[in-house]
Design a protein around this ligand. Structure first.
Ligand code: GCW
Length: 672
């Protein structure tokens, strides 16, 4: 059967030379308990037997596998205190000497499901359970995908086909794909899904759609996945026929309260709402001169009696204010610190502009100690070449999570804001804007499955390493053959930097073509708004290039903690990757290597092109190591990427060259 990638990282391909423990774990099992989730565990173990195909006969006796909740185990000498420390979703996996069993245990069935996936992943990747055992709890509570899916099944910024939610057929037809989706998410610990676009349509809150949402929620429940919806702020007007959506109006408040009651009748464990307000044309509290907290708190009150939460987005900016877009969310939200109800979490994009190939972390992280803040990453590649450009995003996510905000002194990393440890919050969350669609392999590029996977891993543990994630994903998805895994892992780990090189090196940003953001567009377009013309972000002229965000410019820099301000305000100490993000620099200014800014820029573009070309050669040498279908699919995408890296280089050097008036360095291929 051709491998079209539908099975993601759950391939369960035959392992070579299975060890006795692996054989036993896959063939000799006891599963305690009874529930729809336990049924899923049994099914998963059944599926996973495929890993043993060639080894069936070589069965030596290892420890058999026992899966059961801690209360059901009935065994002496188990690591009780470590198990007690697990959260409800956590699991323990250890070898029990006395009974000669490999044990997966947890406080809940969901924890057992997570633990089962973990054992199977260990088997597939050729890892074993150490003597100390494995005790794992998620560090973040709500690990959700945000689908920017519209009710007409288009996906905003989606490049892998249409929405997998078939609203027309729901609720009467339940597609197998919904199960496959939930299973894939559960296998990486994702426990929530926001079904609808943040640019929301109020219709999803009407009974006709709630029935459909309920049908999906029923499918997802045994997998531990809660359903959330986006709430359009003006819904009380649009579907409630009220004259206003003012959050302080009591009729509006009761409308939302009743709406919440209604939703919970359909879906008793409904997760809550995500809201985009007062941004890019969306309605919000500003329409009534109210604050973001007023808006969020009204919805929070509505879902509170049912245990729901509100994820209120900080992506709020107004194109009509002259203020640097970089500064607006911070200016709006920071004064509201401490003003949000306890079931509100503020959802902050990783950077202050918009999911660029590289951005400094958002200055709100660490700046609102009294308010739980959650991370929003974008898994779909709006600004990184859409479906066809290989960009493994774990290094981008990791870079942001590891960034030190210094807001509580050294060691105040963004990850500590997200896991709540920096300011002592236990209400924690992470969102990833999904890259999933109806494409046979879910994500367009086979390698973009790795971004979904990486997001899940980092939401579970924001301290995970990109390298381990890449290696694990490759082994689960393709093969454990190190002749494949090692070079391809390297290619993945470098791929995001390669994209930065050929798109936006040295801190350039948002120079993508207008509106669709695919391909280069640093030139002035017919932009309707000052900040939607590309020149706004790069400010190129004869005297140089880059956005001055220091004191002599917009001073967005003042939103960061002092050590960062000091490091980033000076041309001497600003990291080169943020140079043009914070500074306007003359074309001839020498950078660290002694060469001019212009030469450096050109060399970065060339480097990106060279790397994308090398990737083709590396991939070609893998032809015999994996299946033909995925091999050829990836190859053609790598070729597209190389052509477009050249396009980026040529376009940007030609465009910026008009201002620099400097020759393109020798080492750089001349634009056609
Ligand atoms: O990244 C930008 C996108 C919009 C998106 C918006 C947002 C859903 O260009 O398509 O709208 O951000 O995050 O709200």
């Amino acid at each position: 059967v051709a491998n079209d990638g539908y099975k993601l990282w759950l391939q369960y391909y035959p392992i070579e030379q299975a060890a006795s423990w692996q054989v036993s774990a896959l063939t000799d099992q006891k599963i305690l308990g009874n529930s729809p989730t336990i049924d899923l565990i049994k099914k998963e173990l059944e599926n996973a037997k495929a890993m043993l195909e060639p080894n069936k006969k070589k069965h030596q006796k290892g420890n058999n596998l026992l899966i059961g909740k801690v209360g059901d185990l009935n065994l002496n000498h188990i690591p009780t205190s470590q198990i007690e420390q697990l959260t409800d979703e956590g699991y323990a996996i250890f070898n029990h000497i006395g009974s000669r069993q490999l044990i997966v245990t947890s406080k809940t069935d969901l924890g057992l499901l997570y633990g089962t996936f973990k054992v199977l992943q260990l088997i597939q990747t050729g890892n074993s359970v150490s003597n100390e055992g494995l005790f794992e709890s998620p560090k973040v509570k709500h690990r959700v995908l945000n689908h920017w899916d519209n009710l007409d099944r288009t996906v905003e910024r989606g490049y892998s086909g249409f929405s997998i939610w078939n609203w027309h057929r729901l609720p009467r037809h339940i597609d197998q794909q919904y199960h496959d989706y939930a299973r894939a998410n559960a296998s990486i610990g994702i426990n929530g899904t926001v079904l609808t676009n943040v640019n929301a349509n109020a219709l999803v809150l009407t009974p006709e759609y709630l029935e459909k949402v309920k049908a999906l929620a029923d499918v997802f429940r045994p997998y531990g996945i809660k359903v959330y919806l986006t709430a359009r702020f003006s819904s009380p007007i649009e579907i409630g026929k009220l004259p206003t959506a003012d959050p302080l109006d009591s009729e509006v408040q009761s409308w939302w309260n009743e709406k919440a009651n209604e939703i919970y009748q359909y879906i008793p464990d409904f997760g809550g709402f995500v809201v985009k307000a007062d941004s890019e044309g969306q309605p919000g509290p500003h329409n009534y001169k109210r604050t973001q907290a007023d808006g969020a708190n009204m919805l929070a009150d509505a879902v509170k009696p049912h245990g729901g939460i509100v994820m209120w987005r900080a992506f709020v900016y107004n194109e009509h204010t002259p203020d640097d877009r970089h500064k607006q969310a911070y200016n709006e939200f920071k004064p509201l610190d401490g003003k949000f109800k306890e079931n509100v979490i503020v959802q902050v994009k990783n950077g202050a502009i918009d999911f660029q190939p590289r951005e400094p972390f958002h200055p709100l992280f660490g700046a609102m100690p009294q308010t739980p803040l959650m991370m929003e990453f974008q898994i779909t590649q709006e600004y990184l070449g859409h479906d066809t450009h290989l960009a493994f995003l774990a290094p981008l996510f990791e870079e942001v999570l590891k960034a030190d905000t210094y807001t509580q002194g050294n060691g105040s990393e963004v990850a500590k804001v997200i896991d709540g440890s920096l300011h002592g919050h236990d209400f924690t969350a992470m969102a990833g804007v999904a890259n999933i669609g109806t494409d046979r392999n879910w994500t367009g590029h086979h390698f973009h499955q790795a971004n979904w996977f990486a997001y899940g891993r980092l939401a579970w543990n924001p301290y995970s390493s990109s390298e381990e994630i890449a290696e694990e994903w490759l082994k689960l998805t393709f093969t454990s053959n190190s002749d494949f895994v090692n070079p391809i892992k390297k290619m993945m780990l470098n791929s995001r930097e390669m994209v930065v090189n050929y798109m936006t090196p040295l801190g350039l940003h948002h120079i993508m073509a207008e509106s669709h953001h695919y391909g280069p567009g640093p030139w002035v377009t017919g932009g309707r708004r000052a900040d939607w013309t590309a020149t706004y972000y790069h400010q190129a002229s004869e005297d140089g290039v880059g956005f001055d965000r220091t004191k002599t410019g917009s001073n967005a820099l003042e939103q960061y903690a002092t050590p960062l301000q000091e490091a980033w305000e000076s041309l001497e100490t600003v990291p080169e990757e943020y140079l043009l993000w914070f500074h306007h620099v003359s074309w001839s200014a020498p950078l660290k290597n002694g060469k001019s800014l212009w030469d450096n820029l050109a060399l970065h573009y060339q480097k990106g092109v060279d790397e994308s070309r090398e990737n083709i050669a590396i991939w070609k040498s893998m032809e015999r190591k994996i299946d033909h279908e995925r091999y050829t699919h990836v190859l053609s995408f790598l070729q597209i990427q190389n052509q477009e890296a050249i396009w980026w280089k040529d376009a940007c050097l030609t465009y910026f060259g008009q201002f620099s008036q400097m020759p393109i360095p020798e080492e750089v291929e001349k634009p056609l």
